[in-house]
Write a protein that binds this ligand. Structure first.
Ligand code: UDP
Ligand code: MG
Length: 321
């Protein structure tokens, strides 16, 4: 199995030579072809120059992709995946917090038949209040919402079989949700405790605000996982629920008029019920528009609504592997 390691780089000039050494140190002991794709995400220090030097000095193993400006970690990772050729794709950070020594153990797990090996920083070396604690809460929330239970979605060091990672595009801060997507298309996932070092050079690019972004992304992910092919169930369901509440309210108002003679218009609920009907109707219409979008999405790109694991025809595998 050939290995591609994808590393986004943003202002990490001091770490890069050590990272390159560490990769060689571990991966040269393996009997497998490997490449590292270093993506410079618009660094303002010397990172890009260093990457170019490494790519020229070590053409067999180093590929460098220099982006025009800072796009963010997820986008840099996406660029790396687009340039990768390996059958196994490993993501990690450039800042030496992840350690390549864990890679052979991850590959062994893939050999056992898993599709995703998710690193877990069981002894995380980051600020507790602003990073580790919010991250723990986010991990429980993401596990609960997506149904894919992992201790550490935020750990970048993860290994994937190529086919579970190349089927979709990454937006926002979404690289952490790749295991959840992979899980939804039936990938076998295993967790592996990995080493984590404190940052030696430079400083972290993130703080508490990241947790808010992660929670917002989680809404998108949940929607896409559960309703991407049937949005009318969500919008229409909400619409019908609103209309039902409205109908019950109206009925009660009418009963009150008949039994006690109180005028319907004396209750504020009359106006509320009218609004609920309108909102419910609009929600159903939005669901219909979303249904059109789903069809455009799949049919304009000839994208199937399923993913094939294996296919056999005439006694041979016909799924191209
Ligand atoms: N990174 C990037 N673009 C950005 C921010 C970060 O490519 O806009 C890279 C950064 O160089 C590092 C990785 O993403 O390799 C993780 O960043 P960081 O170490 O700051 O995050 P933390 O480990 O503190 O969560
Ligand atoms: Mg880091």
């Amino acid at each position: 199995m050939s290995i591609s390691i994808i590393i986004p780089v943003y202002n990490e000039e001091e770490s890069l030579p050590l990272l390159h050494q560490a990769l060689h140190h571990t991966l040269d002991t393996l009997d497998q072809p490997w490449e590292v794709i270093l993506v410079d995400d618009g660094s303002r220090d010397k990172s890009a120059e260093i990457l170019e030097t490494l790519a020229l000095a070590d053409p067999e193993h180093v590929r460098a992709v220099i982006l025009r400006r800072n796009f963010g970690q997820t986008t840099a990772i996406a660029a790396g995946i687009d340039h990768a050729t390996g059958e196994v794709i490993i993501l990690m950070d450039a800042d030496l917090q992840n350690d390549p020594v864990d890679i052979p153990r991850m590959l062994a797990k893939l050999d056992e038949g898993y599709d995703v090996v998710s690193g877990w920083r069981f002894d995380r070396q980051d600020e507790f209040v602003t990073r580790t604690l919010p991250s723990r809460m986010a991990n429980s929330l993401i596990s609960w919402v997506t149904g894919v239970h992992l201790h550490d979605y935020g750990c970048t060091l993860k290994a994937y079989r190529r086919e579970v990672i190349t089927g979709f595009r990454l937006y926002g801060e979404m690289h952490r949700f790749i295991p959840a997507y992979a899980g939804s298309v039936g990938a076998k996932i295993v967790e592996l405790p990995v080493t984590h070092h404190a940052r030696r050079f430079g400083k972290t690019k993130y703080g508490l605000e990241r947790t808010a972004k992660v929670v917002l992304d989680l809404f998108t992910v949940k929607f896409l996982l559960s309703f991407a092919q049937k949005p009318i169930y969500l919008f229409g369901g909400a619409g019908l629920a609103l209309m039902a509440i409205s109908a019950i309210g109206m009925l009660l108002l009418m009963l009150r008029r008949i039994l006690f003679g109180t005028f319907v218009l004396t209750s504020p609920f009359f106006i509320i019920a009218v609004m609920l009907v309108m909102m419910g109707f609009q929600s159903i219409l939005m669901g219909l528009i979303a249904e059109l979008l789903v069809r455009t999405y799949h049919e304009s790109q000839a994208k199937p609504t399923y993913t094939v694991k294996k296919a056999w025809a005439n006694g041979t595998r016909s799924d191209g592997r």
